[in-house]
Design a protein around this ligand. Structure first.
Ligand code: PEP
Ligand code: MG
Length: 583
């Protein structure tokens, strides 16, 4: 097959070389995991048993058809029984389990997707419609499978045990942030999606997985075929399909060089992050779930600067986490961090992080009932979360961070709700840290332009550059068609960040950056020059940023930073930022 190259938006560093695994959105609804060699035959039997059960189910349905039932009904059951007996359904998925070690549900869905795309190409409209019958049969089998105990736990396979399994890259039209999170324990080595922006939450989660990824690679899921060999250059956002032996060799070398560089970086784990001139910098971790505390500590984080608590809620509209469940999760993070601060951001649901992905979305969700706006409209839900966070504060140092504040009344109402949650705990004789600090995300331009309103009442600030850029430049961070306008170095953005840091310094309160800019080594010196002393990022980025800090001299950075902040010339700014990196 001829080689071709696709271009998209780089999301996560590094080179991945593997075989394409095409993922249709429906496939995400079933569990995906790999079966260890010794369990493969048992998994085959599990699927066979489910297929037999559905046969019986159809037989019973047929037998119990009322005498006066329309004849179409019987014919309909016959068609489903025929489909079920076809080797394409009764045999092919079993082969997939054997050859690829997929779990039964995944193997079945993979085969159905393959069949569906073949049906899409059929010209005869009647036959094309039969695709629906195949999907209905598959749904019956999936239902039975889901009721049967999986034989092997997810992630039962150590990717290193099986070279083939460790070589899969996921190609999808789009992956929701919640679904992306499900890939955390799997052995995929890279991601490519057709849509998405660099700082969409899907991209952020992909980055936290620390594997090469590219988004906004238009048509990737239609042009790339199942099992194609693919190189993802996560630094450049380039995807090379069916590469030549020469290209493959070049990328393998780059991959090895990157591995060596990482190994070298890992030596910095215990080194304090201090600039050449002796200024100590705090490096914090962004986490999505308590389990991320492990990698955070491993990378030498001084604490958690952003716990995106909404990941505990996403996809659970019908079964919201209770106060106890939330408390347990927050407590786990706090205990895991062993006395280091854990900044828990209250629920930032909405926009590209819907509570229920199937629900009717607002006209313009990024500007809609998101984050604190949502929480203030659902006081019981907010109070429940606040009580859970406060209870966890009895087990270590907790800070509460409120997202998307813009109005004075939102600050006042949030603080009042925190006081109310405390009062409820006191009444119930439940312990919490009375001095828990409360901070504001500065991520709406209005907030950055009205800082006195914030510094008067808040204990700390955290700049959410992802949204600050989205809202200042009026571009949807999820929309790849405007992704080229997403520019952290736009003079307006630099002014807003610099003003926020200065206001915090003046008021004597801590200011962090927890947006993706904090983990971008190209911007480390610029942020240091603006006076930033707290950076919060995904653990995977932490050591590279630390290295940059260790090599920085604040005295040398200051004049260039001043020049950048005075400039309104985009090229001049870009050049000066480049010069800063070598200063
Ligand atoms: C931000 O907006 O920069 C931020 C850190 O929050 P999120 O990416 O979750 O919106
Ligand atoms: Mg944000």
């Amino acid at each position: 097959m001829a080689s071709f190259t696709l271009h998209g938006i780089p999301v996560s560093r590094g080179i991945a070389i593997g075989r394409a695994h095409l993922l249709a959105p429906a496939a995400l609804d079933v569990k995906h995991y790999l079966i260890a060699e010794e369990h493969v035959e048992a998994e085959v039997v599990r699927l066979q048993t489910a297929l037999t059960a559905v046969h019986r189910e159809l037989q019973t349905l047929w037998n119990e058809l009322p005498k006066d039932a329309p004849t179409e009904l019987g014919a309909f059951i016959d068609v489903h029984a025929l489909i079920l007996s076809d080797p394409m359904i009764s045999e092919a998925p079993l082969d997939i389990i054997r050859s690829r070690h997929y779990n039964a549900e995944w193997a079945l869905v993979t085969q159905i997707e393959e069949l569906s795309s073949q049906f899409d190409e059929i010209e005869d409209a009647y036959l094309r419609e039969r695709k629906v019958d195949i999907q209905q049969v598959a749904e019956r089998v999936l239902k039975v499978l889901m009721g049967s105990e999986p034989l092997a736990a997810p992630n039962a396979v150590n990717p290193d045990d099986d070279e083939f399994m460790a070589q899969m890259v996921v190609i999808a039209h789009d992956i929701s942030p919640a679904d992306m999170l499900k890939f955390r324990d799997r052995s995929f080595i890279g991601f490519v999606t057709d849509v998405g922006g660099q700082n969409s939450h899907t991209a952020i989660v992909a980055r936290s997985l620390d594997i090469p990824a590219a988004v906004g690679v238009a048509q990737a899921s239609t042009l790339i075929e199942q099992d194609d060999w693919v190189i993802i250059d996560g630094d450049a956002g380039v995807v090379i399909v069916s590469p030549s032996a020469l290209v493959l060799e070049q990328y393998r070398e780059r991959q090895l060089a990157a591995q060596r560089a990482r190994k070298k970086l890992s030596k910095l784990k215990k080194t304090p992050a201090v600039t050449k001139d002796g200024t100590a910098i705090t490096l914090l971790a962004n986490i999505e779930l308590p389990d991320d505390c492990g990698p955070a500590l491993e990378a030498g984080a001084n604490g958690v600067g952003l716990f995106r608590s909404e990941f505990l809620f996403m996809g659970r509209a019908a079964n919201m986490p209770s106060e106890d469940e939330q408390f347990e999760q927050y407590r786990r993070a706090v205990v895991a961090m062993k006395g280091r601060p854990v900044t828990i951001r209250t629920l930032d649901i909405g926009a590209d992080k819907p509570l229920d992905p199937t629900e009717h979305t607002a006209l313009n969700p990024a500007l809609g009932l998101r984050a604190i706006r949502y929480c203030l409209s659902e006081p019981q839900l907010f109070l429940t979360q606040l009580r859970a966070i406060l209870r966890a504060s009895a087990f270590g140092k907790v800070r509460i961070l409120i997202p998307m504040l813009a109005h004075a009344f939102e600050i006042d109402q949030s603080l009042a709700m925190i006081e109310q949650a405390k009062a409820q705990l006191r009444e119930a004789n439940v312990k919490y840290d009375a001095s828990v600090e409360v901070g504001a995300m500065i991520e709406i331009p209005a907030a950055a332009l009205a800082l006195p309103m914030f510094v008067r009442k808040m204990n700390f600030l955290s700049i959410g550059t992802n949204d600050l850029i989205q809202y200042t430049l009026a571009i949807d961070r999820v929309d790849y068609e405007v992704a080229h306008l997403y520019n952290p170095l736009h003079p307006a953005i630099l002014q807003l960040i610099s003003m926020t840091i200065a206001a915090g310094q003046k008021a004597g309160i801590d200011v962090a950056v927890c947006g993706e800019m904090a983990g971008d080594t190209k911007l480390t010196r610029l942020l240091l020059g603006m006076g930033l002393r707290e950076f919060s990022m995904h653990p995977a980025q932490l050591l590279a940023v630390k290295q940059e800090i260790l090599n920085s001299d604040l005295g040398a950075i200051a004049p260039l930073t001043r020049k950048i902040l005075r400039s309104t010339d985009p090229d001049g700014i870009a050049d000066a930022v480049l010069a800063l990196q070598t200063s």
